[in-house]
Design a protein around this ligand. Structure first.
Ligand code: AMP
Ligand code: GLY
Length: 417
């Protein structure tokens, strides 16, 4: 098989690498990918993920068997619809189904209609009405911009003042542009977070092993929200019953609800969950693999990812086998991220204790790899236990020259408590 991956981050590096490990796969192209992927034999294609026409031509000219979409933006732009209209195979939800991620209001309605446990909420387009509601409910309370805001459109307000300020920024000052014209105000859920992803083909759901992301920039979950600073899998403090309940009460009804809605979902469904005292509740759905969860979930997949996706595209049941190994991944970010940060930093070299999955990197004029984004790479290790995997990954990071960068020192710490 010859495959095309859309996207350019650490998640796509992990997906492409896993696909290339299949004996059935001859070549994996990534558009645009990043230069760090080349060491693993992934071929870069210099076409923007927004240029569906050029991507379709590339897939046709290169006889690509099927395409896999990493990020949400092309999904929401209808890349799946466009490839299918051109008679090409592509794995991911179409534009209508991707709304499960693209519109919080759509997701909330799906949950309401299908009795899927989530936080109570109200949707507002009127600033004054939103303020009045927040004053009535009090803090802690959660304020979310309805559209996509690159993970930064959520404020978990511990005080009423913070909540009102968030509404002012989103609705009056338009900090997130149009995404903030409609705001969801949500009940605060208390409990540990975990991510449960599944391969979905219409009403059929094939769950993956769970992972835990670390969204805040600094140790002990302090500092601003980021795109994710590290992840690990398994998550031993989340019970098997909690996970089973999430599959039965959340993933399966969500997939069935999408079919009933006439927006059937085929692709990767990601549930961001909180393990509350009353069972799992949904914080958000995503229509794609999570970043950085993918970088620790896929290494634990022992069956063939290319075969799984080929099976799903052919309406067959795939075989999913998972290893008992633990995986821990730590993101190396430029100092200052998620605020202002420097680009063009030298990219550290690593020994072989850790697997390196690259994200924000480019080659300079001399062909030397330099940072080009906030999250530059993720170092991952696999071992028999989380503690052992942590030890390996932190050893690799300590031994590298990480001047100009920072990383969290506590990835996986909650599993040890
Ligand atoms: P989201 O972008 O929806 O994933 O939200 C970002 C982060 O805000 C989540 O990872 C949670 O830590 C937190 N969060 C979102 N919704 C809630 C909620 N209803 N209760 C408590 N925390 C929340
Ligand atoms: N790790 C969170 C996300 O991918 O949305």
């Amino acid at each position: 098989m010859k495959l095309l991956i859309i996207g350019s981050g650490g998640r796509e590096h992990a997906i492409a690498k896993k696909l290339l490990a299949s004996t059935k796969v001859r070549a994996v192209f990534c558009a645009k990918g990043n230069v760090g992927m080349k060491k693993d034999g992934i071929q870069l294609v210099d076409i923007s993920e927004e240029d569906h026409g050029a991507l379709i031509s590339f897939a046709q000219q290169n006889k690509i068997d099927w395409t896999f979409v990493g990020p949400e933006i092309p999904l929401l732009n209808g890349i799946v619809d466009d490839f299918q209209a051109a008679g090409l195979k592509i794995f991911g939800p179409n534009k209508a189904a991707a709304c499960i991620e693209g519109s919080k209001e759509f997701a909330k309605k799906l949950m309401e209609d299908n009795d899927i446990p989530t936080a109570d909420y109200e949707v507002f387009t009127d600033y004054q009405a939103a303020c009045a509601y927040v004053k009535e409910k009090g803090a802690p309370i959660v304020i979310k911009a309805d559209g996509l805001a690159a993970g930064k459109g959520v404020t978990v307000a511990l005080t009423l003042a913070e909540a009102l300020q968030a509404l002012t920024e989103m609705m009056a000052n338009h900090r997130f542009g149009k995404s903030g014209d409609k705001v969801v105000v949500e009940e605060f859920l208390s409990g540990e977070e975990f991510s449960l992803l599944a391969f979905v083909n219409r009403e059929k759901v094939y769950p993956m092993v769970v992972a835990q992301d670390h969204k805040r920039a600094y140790d002990e979950d302090l500092g601003p929200n980021t795109g994710g600073m590290g992840a690990y899998s398994p998550v031993p403090q989340i019970s098997t019953e909690m996970v089973e309940s999430a599959v039965e009460k959340i993933l399966k009804p969500a997939a069935a609800g999408m079919v009933k809605n006439q927006t059937p979902f085929t692709g990767i469904l990601y549930a961001g969950l909180i393990a509350t005292a009353n069972g799992p509740k949904v914080i958000e759905f995503n229509a794609r693999f999570g970043d950085p969860e993918t970088q620790v979930v896929l290494p634990r997949l022992t069956s063939d990812l290319a075969q799984i996706i080929a099976d799903l595209l052919n309406d067959q049941d795939p075989e999913l086998i998972w290893s008992d190994q633990a995986a821990v991944g730590v993101v190396l970010a430029a100092e200052g991220y998620p605020g202002d940060y420097q680009k063009g930093l030298a990219v550290p070299k690593f020994g072989d204790q850790a697997t390196i999955l690259y994200a924000g990197v480019v080659d300079d004029d001399q062909g030397v790899m330099r940072s080009s984004g906030g999250r530059v790479l993720l170092a991952a290790a696999e071992a028999a236990t989380i503690a052992e995997a942590q030890k390996q990954v932190y050893q690799a990071l300590t031994q590298a020259d990480t001047t100009g960068y920072f990383y969290r020192k506590d990835i996986g710490a909650k599993a040890q408590k």
